[in-house]
Design a protein around this ligand. Structure first.
Ligand SMILES: CC(C)(COP(=O)(O)OP(=O)(O)OC[C@H]1O[C@@H](n2cnc3c(N)ncnc32)[C@H](O)[C@@H]1OP(=O)(O)O)[C@@H](O)C(=O)NCCC(=O)NCCS
Length: 180
């Protein structure tokens, strides 16, 4: 079984690749009826990590790159989204491998931290990928002009002091316009 991880900037994707990714994601998130209208529309979407097995797209994660200002400090944040593994390939460790690759990309890209929003049933999955839960405070984003609580949040601390980490773990923080 030939596994291939490919990391691409969104601006370098050709039309066919983008269409293949969108089709893959819409199938995975088909329970969310509005998903197809918003997939790959986020203007801060910077890059994606793709997993191909025998030349078939079976895994995807996107990274939104955003500078967030909070209490007179600037943080370069990697917003992780659309974490997806083809149904046929789940529970075999591929999700974990893909997340670990993303962790490397964020570290090598000099991000200060990673942030993702998840369903609580996936807490164990994200903990097993070395991310930590934000157990206090909330993350807000402005979505369609309305300030929204982003609910369950996990963090990947990279270039954070202990004090910064306490801030991110405990305080209410607004990540600006749009979520991921
Ligand atoms: C979430 C997802 C990416 C996990 O991929 P995967 O390849 O199945 O994950 P892994 O095989 O690496 O699993 C790692 C661990 O997480 C657990 N896990 C994975 N999916 C889970 C789920 N839906 N519910 C509970 N636990 C789950 C696995 O049991 C495994 O635990 P273990 O190591 O103790 O056995 C995949 O289930 C998926 O694409 N789901 C649909 C899309 C989705 O919900 N994305 C996440 C949005 S936040």
């Amino acid at each position: 079984m030939v596994e291939k991880f490919i990391n691409k900037k969104i601006k370098d994707l050709i039309l066919e690749e983008k269409e293949e990714i969108k089709k893959f994601l819409i199938e995975i998130f088909k329970d969310n009826s509005s998903y197809k209208n918003t997939v790959y529309t986020n203007p801060d979407l910077n890059e994606c990590l793709l997993l191909y097995i025998e030349n078939k797209l079976v895994g995807h994660i996107s990274i939104t790159k955003r500078i967030i200002n909070y209490k007179n400090k600037q943080y370069l944040v990697g917003g992780i989204g659309d974490v997806a593994i083809d149904k046929e390939y789940r529970e075999k460790g591929f999700g974990n491998k893909l997340m670990k690759e993303v962790n490397k990309i964020l570290k090598e890209g000099n991000y200060d931290l990673g942030i993702l929003f998840n369903h609580p049933k996936l807490d164990n999955f994200y903990s097993s990928c070395d991310w930590i839960p934000k157990d206090n405070g909330k993350i807000f984003a402005t979505v369609n002009g309305i300030l929204e609580d982003q609910m369950r949040t996990f963090l990947l601390p990279i270039n954070l002091t202990e004090k910064d980490l306490e801030v991110w773990k405990n305080e209410d923080i607004n990540i600006g316009n749009g979520s991921w």
